[in-house]
Ligand binder design. Structure first.
Ligand code: UDP
Ligand code: MG
Length: 316
């Protein structure tokens, strides 16, 4: 019987003291209504994952849990980043829940998407991707960089769902699939489509952050994009090889050119050209080495097999 599935909402929180109260009220209402309408089991819960916050977040979570057992919390031993916090929540919830839905603490993802996701789950989907139908409320800069991110990923051969971030429903079967992916370099958007099973999409409007500021500044976003590409694609390495071939061909043209110049008897005139070439070639070599280094770094990280997160406390 799929109708009254036991749902766990997974909400990673990093320094979210400003939004936690509003989020808690909204989610409390939503979950109560879903339980009342018999859309989910009455044992369903909302799980906050404190990703090593430096502010009052964990204290708030403890208080919320004491007042209302619909809410639970996990405290990570330190800040491990959104992806790891999310995984910690999913893997903990897997023990209790039939399905999980992950969302951001700032409620930028419209919570009514939960109903649509449940419908898709009842129709047989094991994974439901929340996809943003518009980004009108995002700043221009965020929209350009975020959409550029998906396009670039696609170009680099990484299979990701366009405009889908980490708001998604996963069933127990899908979570068991996810557990088998052992990689340390986590890029869930790339891993989840690899799991397989029947999937569906639920569209929603993306809102503005209710309070506090984004924990994803440009620097983190770039790091995340590099993480995604180098974890899922060898296209950059192939580009290096192709560039090498093109340059080798080009040097042949240069050879002919220099021979002609020599024959004409005007040898010194090539100076500017030589100096430019040295810098260009050195630059390309440095970039290529950097890209290769990036991949070697990945391998290094994976071989250490360090834990992706450590749970300090669990209140469920
Ligand atoms: N987050 C986290 N660990 C981090 C950074 C962010 O758990 O190191 C959480 C954050 O609390 C939020 C979600 O990840 O619930 C998305 O972050 P944010 O809203 O700041 O990103 P944006 O929506 O601006 O991309
Ligand atoms: Mg946000």
């Amino acid at each position: 019987m799929k109708n009254e599935a036991l749902l766990y909402l997974i909400i990673p929180c990093y320094n979210e003291e400003e939004v936690l109260e509003i989020t808690t009220n909204a989610l409390n209402q939503k979950m109560k209504k879903l339980i009342k309408d018999k859309k989910i089991s009455k044992n369903s819960k909302i799980l906050y994952i404190d990703d090593g916050s430096k502010d009052n977040t964990w204290n708030l979570i403890t208080k919320i849990h004491e007042n209302n057992k619909l809410f639970g919390g996990i405290k990570l031993s330190r800040n491990r980043g959104h992806q790891n916090a999310l995984l910690a929540g999913l893997m903990t919830a897997k023990k209790y829940a039939d399905i999980t839905i992950s969302m951001d603490a700032d409620l930028q993802d419209d919570i009514d998407v939960i109903d649509k996701m449940l419908e898709e789950y009842n129709a047989g989907a094991e994974i439901v991707y929340g996809v943003r139908s518009s980004r009108q409320k995002d700043t221009f800069f965020k929209k350009i960089t975020a959409e550029g991110f998906y396009k670039f990923m696609h170009l680099m051969g990484v299979e990701v769902v366009f405009n889908h971030a980490d708001c998604r429903l996963m069933s127990k079967i899908a979570l068991e699939g996810l557990e088998q992916f052992d990689e340390v370099n986590l890029f869930l958007r790339g891993i989840v489509p690899q799991i397989g099973y029947k999937t569906a999409i639920a569209y929603y409007e993306r809102n503005e952050r209710i309070a506090g500021e984004s924990k994803y500044p440009l620097k983190k976003m770039l790091k995340f994009a590099i993480e995604g590409i180098t974890s899922f694609s060898v296209v950059p390495l192939r580009i290096i090889t192709s560039t090498g071939f093109i340059m080798a061909l080009f040097s042949f043209i240069i050879l002919i050119y220099t021979l002609i110049v020599k024959l004409v008897g005007n040898a010194v005139s090539g100076w500017t050209f030589i100096v430019t070439s040295i810098w260009l070639v050195a630059g390309i070599q440095m970039i290529s080495l950097g890209i290769i280094g990036e991949y070697i770094g990945k391998v290094y990280g994976e071989t250490k097999r360090r834990p992706k997160y450590i749970i300090e406390k669990e209140i469920i």
